[in-house]
Write a protein that binds this ligand. Structure first.
Ligand SMILES: Cc1cc2nc3c(=O)[nH]c(=O)nc-3n(C[C@H](O)[C@H](O)[C@H](O)COP(=O)(O)OP(=O)(O)OC[C@H]3O[C@@H](n4cnc5c(N)ncnc54)[C@H](O)[C@@H]3O)c2cc1C
Length: 360
């Protein structure tokens, strides 16, 4: 068996690691000159959105021998709407660092991988298919799957983010459900050390948002956070992304090709979380290649999570700031906090409920 993996990101490297542990040495093809050669940003994983797994990092370590450390354990989540605020405390999940930083998750994975990684690769999928018995597409977008008419884009998103310098509690993250900062989207503040944090706005590219200026929204949010924290919050780096696709492939495997990570449909449309599903799809593709499961079956729960998260997103998008105030108010209760810490699959529950409601 000769396996080619296109993309040395979360899905591709997790796939390579799992194959190695099972005695198969794949070749990884990466278009950039090194792993994680892109802007630095911080991201989060909320354990409540990874059910049935209670602790996603412990699960990866104990079950698959994949070891990743976060930059912070989230013990406080602050949620803001126009007039309400919710505070959720406890062991809520992890913050991670991505991109060029030496501790980024892709770099942590690359340090564990022994297989060859071919950098600056210009190999097209079609070339690899000729030379290898199996190809794992892990390019971080749905482009190849779409080309093969195997991907449905549900929305695209504009994201504007920057790194801020200041004095932060690295265990507390904040998010805004407030159309003044992100119409039909969300904004977030994730520290990745005591001195650096990521502030971002993300909103969908719907026709009604055509004239929305991401820079202006971001500046408005920056001013609010500066005022609230009473700090200068100097910008040291920034990034802008347009047309970031969120979608799902129709078939996770076509012949000897596996679609993993964002090519599979890892990004949960609600809040855009995709790191954990991306890693799982990489592992699951490898398990199939090793004869330890069928990729289609293993990824079925992730497809359901995607659909549930999409239903949740579509419902939230219908709410104006008054409606979002009600959501945030409801989250500022002991019952909501208990939900975060319970085994309850929040996405599944919300998705089932919302899809059962009549369309408005
Ligand atoms: C700004 C931003 C914020 C986010 N925030 C969060 C968050 O808070 N929580 C969360 O869970 N998720 C978040 N996500 C989503 C998450 O980062 C992705 O879902 C996840 O990284 C997808 O992993 P992947 O392996 O599919 O792609 P990646 O990790 O991006 O890896 C893809 C790799 O493929 C390479 N590549 C591309 N094309 C080719 C080619 N033709 N040949 C060879 N190599 C190629 C790329 O260079 C890259 O190295 C965020 C995403 C963005 C953009």
């Amino acid at each position: 068996m000769k396996v080619a993996i296109m993309g040395a990101g979360l899905a591709g490297l997790s796939c390579a690691l799992t194959l190695e542990k099972n005695g198969i040495s794949p070749t990884v093809f990466e278009s950039r000159s090194q792993v994680g050669d892109r802007f630095v940003n911080s991201e989060i994983i909320l354990s409540a959105l990874c059910r049935p797994h209670r602790d996603p990092l412990a699960y990866l370590a104990d079950t698959y021998g994949i070891f990743l450390h976060p930059v912070g354990h989230i013990s406080e989540l602050l949620l803001f709407s126009e007039h309400e605020k919710a505070v959720v405390n406890g062991q809520l999940g992890f913050s991670t660092i991505r991109g060029r930083d030496a501790d980024s998750w892709e770099k942590q994975l690359a340090r564990q991988v022994k297989s060859e990684i071919v950098f600056n690769s210009r190999h097209a999928y079609e070339d690899l298919l000729e030379e290898y018995t199996h190809v794992v597409v892990a390019t971080g977008d749905g482009a190849y799957a779409e080309k093969m008419q195997n991907y449905q884009t549900d929305l695209t998103v504009t994201i504007k983010g920057a790194t801020l310098e200041g004095s932060f509690n690295r265990y507390a993250v904040a998010a805004w459900l407030d159309s003044r900062y992100a119409p039909q989207g969300y904004s977030y503040f994730i520290p990745y050390s005591e001195h650096e944090a990521n502030l971002s706005v993300a909103f969908p590219d719907y026709p009604q948002n055509e004239n929305v200026d991401a820079d202006q929204l971001w500046q408005h949010l920056h001013e609010t956070v500066r005022r609230d924290l009473g700090q200068e919050l100097k910008i040291t780096d920034s990034f802008s992304i347009t047309g970031y696709a969120i979608g799902l492939c129709n078939y996770p495997r076509l012949g000897n090709t596996f679609f993993t990570g964002n090519c599979f449909g890892a990004i949960m449309p609600f809040l855009g979380f995709g790191q954990y599903p991306a890693i799982l799809t990489g592992i699951y593709a490898a398990l199939d290649l090793c004869g330890k499961g069928r990729y289609e079956d293993l990824t079925r729960p992730l497809r359901k999570s995607y659909q549930n998260a999409l239903a949740l997103r579509r419902s939230l998008e219908k709410l104006d700031n008054k409606g979002l105030d009600l959501v945030v108010k409801a989250l500022n209760t002991k019952a909501a906090e208990r939900l975060f810490h319970s085994r309850f699959d929040f996405l599944k529950g919300a998705g089932m409920l919302l899809r059962a409601l009549p369309e408005q």
